[in-house]
Design a protein around this ligand. Sequence first.
Ligand code: FES
Length: 139
Amino acid sequence: MSNEWIRVAYCDDIPLREGREVVIGNRSIAVFNLGAKFLAVDNRCPHRGGPLADGIVTGDNVVCPLHGWKIDLQHGNVQRPAETPACVKTFATKVEAGMLLLEISELASCPASTGHAAVAEGGSLETSKERPCEDLRFS
Ligand code: FES
């Protein structure tokens, strides 16, 4: 399995302590700006699939907008309700030249995985091989 880093957004386009949805292939990923770092998890709450990118960031956690489960963005574990064994997948992140990149090893075979991310309606991102990264921005 090969690891691949994919450019998903300009860091400046993700407001401090907020999340944004990034769509890579058919997978929705939530990326968060925590100030000193960016974190990324599957954009699907382990409770009933709520959009974590729309949740409230508190510390290194996000609170799901649907029913209030709290998810640790660093490790993907559910913090509330306590002792809930569920978790979400996390993704490694890094910043290069003002852009946020995600390591998407398990999506290496995805046809869109070699492309750039592009902005979709409502501030989410979708991958596109044709669209140069200079066109990226949130709406
Ligand atoms: S779907 Fe997230 S708490 Fe219910």
